[in-house]
Design a protein around this ligand. Structure first.
Ligand code: SF4
Ligand code: SF4
Length: 103
């Protein structure tokens, strides 16, 4: 499941840009007046970090959240990471270490 950034309500993004450099996948960009996550590039940080870095750096609670419109398994997220990075070996932790790289 990719992440998304909340744009209204109590958890609304304040466009502070703190999350942009945290994403190795360059999935987070500024678009017009909003900060957005490209679901085609967000791997929930699978491949490069233990847990979602945008949520960790974000100063607003529940601003970077899982997007129910983009549900994916950990294996699918690893496949997305592989498409982005081709031959680079992923960094995996815990149960993710059992995920299988596909040719
Ligand atoms: S969860 Fe990870 S990969 Fe997805 S946008 Fe946030 S930092 Fe980038
Ligand atoms: S760190 Fe949080 S508040 Fe700042 S731009 Fe990113 S999502 Fe928005």
């Amino acid at each position: 499941m990719a992440y998304k950034i909340v744009t209204e309500g109590e958890s609304e993004c304040i466009n502070c840009a703190a999350c942009l450099p945290e994403c190795d996948n360059e999935a987070i960009t500024e678009k017009e007046d909003n900060t957005v996550i490209d679901p085609d590039k967000c791997t929930e940080c699978v491949g490069f970090a233990k847990s979602p870095k945008c949520t960790e750096i974000c100063p607003i609670d529940d601003c970077c959240i899982r997007d129910p419109d983009h549900v994916e398994s950990r294996q699918q997220l690893l496949g997305k990471w592989q498409r982005l990075y081709h031959d680079e070996p992923p960094q995996l932790w815990g149960s993710d270490m059992e995920l299988v790289l596909k040719d």
